[in-house]
Design a protein around this ligand. Structure first.
Ligand SMILES: [Zn+2]
Length: 432
């Protein structure tokens, strides 16, 4: 893809680029701030959900405040910033969550069926941000909470990648520290912030899902970027105009705070990581030894209540790993699977040779079993796992991966009782 580079200032500091077009041909415009020789690249994107305009407003405020020449550089000398204010311009125009062809962009990072996400991934793949900030809004009123006179009180929720296969150069404790610092900085400014928490109807509480269909987990897996989710509370009518301003300001402050924190961790963030030898493909939630204390607002009295949630599952226990193979072989007949892998920028090789492979044999009502044998590979596209970001292929292609492509029936990757699973695993291959 070719980009339009429009220098709007004559300086190196403010320029913009159209990274692609939406389904209805609206431009996806990225603005750049900061010195191009700064080591840490941060990409902020807002508005994947078209109806979440307050997150877009918070990011627009950042762009406006720092559009003055030299202002961003003096505050964030170590950061190059790219900002996509409106990731779903068609949805924004119609005030709908989804894009013009009814795709929820933040559930489309695995398949990349939307033009918008293909443009975003193309940009991330070429610009290579170390940090990605994904800006959203969440509804404070949930039916099952309202029945208990509870609405979510926090101004901002923050979260980080949760899929256990995400491998970053920055360690977990440092990521937790970033979250803690953002929380305490916001509270110093009179805003409330907590880690993103879902309270289910059953009363169970957990953080974001480990699934890889959203930007936060998929981009972290594919591009080894620390993806940070920033969800601002959607204002309701009772918030009034003062309340709306408060929420936009809170989310704007949260973005600034994230920038400050990642700038201080820049040395860890710019290091490159080595892929793990074993990739976790299944996990389950485990109960914490400690309950979670959350604050809710009573919509009738406006009082704040502290609620102790005993069934709190902040952590995942990995239940299955796969040793990193050399490659996967996908039959050329599985055209949609090959197309999806190509959308992600994965390349494949061909071979006419007969090679040792691992294949899956079905077992009635049981987990598929792996056998080894020799197969001709002439009808297969061979995707090496050693290519950049290739370990995500394990999550996408393993038949027992909780996040695998086989979940989509139109890809026809089901484990048939006669044919077995169509994709082969290659451990030893002279060609690779
Ligand atoms: Zn959203």
């Amino acid at each position: 893809m070719s980009y339009n580079l429009v220098d709007t200032s004559g300086e190196h500091s403010a320029s913009e680029e159209i990274i692609g077009l939406s389904e209805q041909q609206r431009p996806l415009t990225v603005r750049f701030l900061g010195r191009t020789d700064s080591p840490l690249r941060v990409f902020i994107m807002a508005g994947q959900h078209g109806d979440e305009r307050y997150g877009r407003k918070a990011v627009n405020r950042l762009v406006k405040v720092f559009s003055q020449p030299g202002k961003f550089e003096s505050r964030f000398p170590h950061i190059q910033l790219a900002v996509l204010e409106n990731a779903n311009p068609d949805g924004a125009a119609k005030r709908t969550r989804n894009n013009a062809i009814d795709i929820d962009l933040n559930r489309d990072h695995l398949l990349l069926d939307s033009k918008e996400n293909r443009a975003i991934h193309g940009f991330v793949g070429s610009w290579k941000p170390h940090v990605i900030v994904d800006v959203h809004n969440f509804p404070s009123r949930r039916k099952h909470l309202l029945q208990k006179d509870r609405v979510i009180y926090y101004d901002v929720f923050v979260d980080v990648p949760t899929n256990p296969a995400v491998q970053l150069s920055i360690i977990k404790d440092q990521i937790s520290d970033i979250v803690q610092q953002v929380k305490s900085e916001l509270s110093k400014h009179g805003f409330s912030c907590e880690r993103y928490t879902i309270v289910q109807t059953s009363g169970k509480a957990r953080h974001s899902t480990p699934d890889i269909v959203d930007a936060r987990n998929f981009l972290a897996l594919r591009y080894s970027a620390l993806a940070i989710l920033l969800e601002g509370r959607s204002p309701t009518r009772e918030d009034g105009s003062g309340g709306r301003k408060h929420i936009v300001k809170a989310q704007y402050r949260a973005v600034l705070s994230v920038l400050r924190q990642v700038q201080s961790y820049r040395k860890q963030l710019v290091k490159s990581d080595r892929p793990a030898a074993r990739i976790p493909i299944r996990s389950k939630y485990v109960l914490s030894g400690h309950p979670l204390e959350m604050i809710f607002r009573n919509p009738k009295t406006n009082d704040l209540d502290s609620v102790i949630l005993a069934e709190y599952t902040p952590d995942l226990l990995v239940t299955k790993y796969v040793d990193l193979p050399k490659a996967y072989a996908v039959p050329f007949s599985k055209t949609r699977t090959i197309e999806i892998l190509s959308r992600h920028g994965f390349s494949f090789t061909r071979s006419d040779a007969v090679e040792p492979v691992e294949y899956y044999v079905p077992r009635m009502l049981k987990k598929p079993k792996i056998r080894t044998g020799e197969r001709s590979l002439k009808d297969y596209a061979i995707f090496p796992v050693g290519q950049k970001g290739g370990s995500v292929l394990v999550l996408m292609l393993e038949p027992r991966s909780k996040y695998g492509l086989y979940r989509y029936p139109d890809l026809k990757l089901e484990i048939g009782l006669e044919a077995g699973y169509p994709i082969l695993r290659i451990r030893h291959n002279m060609l690779l």
